[in-house]
Design a protein. Structure first.
Length: 268
C-alpha cells in the first residue's frame, strides 16, 4: 500500500483504450485520510472519448481531476491541503511530467531526436490546470492493479468510461485502413534521402509544433522497404491526406524522419 499523507489531496488515476472501434476512458478516485488514519474515498466517473489512445487518456485523467479541484467540483476543498499527489501506473505520465515542465517548452515541444513531442496539447493543458490549482502537484508511480486496491478501482472506472463514451474526440486524426499486412514498426524504413511512393494511413496536424504526423506504408515496388509501415512527419506546408498515395522525397535522418518534398499525388 502507498503512504497517503493526511495533508495531501491524493488522487488515483488511470487511462484505458480499446479498439474496434477505438475508444478511450479515464478513471479518477480521490482519497484523503483523517487524523485517525482512516481513508475516505470518492470516485469521480466521467465518460470517455472516441479515437483516443491509452497515453492520451492517462493524461486526460489528471487533467479532469485537477479541473474538478479548480472548479470546486471535487469532493475535497483544496484550501484544507498542502499539495496534490497523483498515483498512477503510467510511467509515461510520471516520467514525462518534469520534461513537460522544464525541457519541452524550452525546446519548442520537440524531443532530443528532433521529433514532435506526442500529445503536446494535453501536456500543455495539464501544466496549465496544475498551475491554476494553486497547490504543488506531484506524480508518483504505483505498480499496476495487483498491489493497490485504489489502482484496481480506477482501472475499472477507466474501462467503464471507455464503454460510456459520448462521441467526443481529443484530436482530429483521419484514418484509413492499411493495405500492408505488417504492423507499425517505428524506424523500419531507413531515411536515405530517397524518392519513394507512399500511401498515407493516418494524418494528424500537430498544432503546438505546426507539423503534420503520418502513419504510412511504402508502396514503391522497387523499394527495399515495400510493405513496411512506419511514422513520419512533415512541415505544415506539406500536407498529405489519409487514404491517398504520393510520390515524395524523404530526408536522410532515420531518427528524425521527414517528408521534405512532395512531387505529385498518384491517382488510384
Amino acid at each position: 500500500m502507498e503512504y497517503l499523507d493526511e495533508r495531501d489531496i491524493n488522487i488515483y488515476t488511470d487511462g484505458s483504450s480499446y479498439n474496434g472501434p477505438r475508444r478511450g476512458g479515464m478513471g479518477i478516485r480521490f482519497v484523503t485520510t483523517d487524523q485517525a488514519g482512516l481513508e475516505h474515498t470518492e470516485d469521480y466517473p466521467l465518460p470517455g472519448y472516441d479515437g483516443a489512445t491509452n497515453q492520451q487518456m492517462e493524461l486526460r485523467a489528471p487533467i479532469e481531476a485537477l479541473r474538478a479541484v479548480v472548479r470546486g467540483r471535487a469532493p475535497v476543498q483544496k484550501r484544507e491541503y498542502r499539495r496534490i499527489v497523483f498515483f498512477t501506473d503510467s510511467q509515461y505520465v510520471v516520467n514525462g511530467y518534469d520534461s513537460a515542465r522544464f525541457n519541452w517548452p524550452r525546446d519548442g515541444w520537440m524531443t532530443r531526436d528532433g521529433n514532435p513531442v506526442a500529445n503536446a496539447d494535453l501536456w500543455k493543458e495539464l501544466l496549465k490546470v496544475a498551475h491554476r490549482s494553486g497547490l504543488p502537484v506531484e506524480f508518483k508511480w504505483v505498480k499496476g492493479h495487483k498491489s493497490s486496491p485504489h489502482n484496481r478501482a480506477v482501472d475499472k472506472l477507466a474501462k467503464n468510461s471507455a464503454a460510456n463514451r459520448t462521441g467526443r474526440q481529443l484530436s482530429i486524426v483521419k484514418v484509413r485502413r492499411k493495405k500492408s499486412d505488417r504492423l507499425v514498426a517505428v524506424g523500419s524504413v531507413r531515411m536515405k534521402g530517397q524518392r519513394v511512393t507512399i500511401r498515407i494511413i493516418t494524418d494528424e496536424y500537430l498544432r503546438p509544433q505546426k507539423m503534420n504526423r503520418y502513419k504510412y506504408e511504402i508502396v514503391s515496388r522497387a523499394s527495399e522497404f515495400r510493405g513496411c509501415v512506419d511514422i513520419i512527419f512533415s512541415c505544415a506546408n506539406i500536407h498529405l491526406s489519409a487514404g491517398h498515395t504520393y510520390y515524395v522525397r524523404f530526408n536522410d535522418d532515420t531518427l528524425s524522419p521527414r517528408v521534405v518534398a512532395l512531387f505529385r499525388e498518384i491517382a488510384p
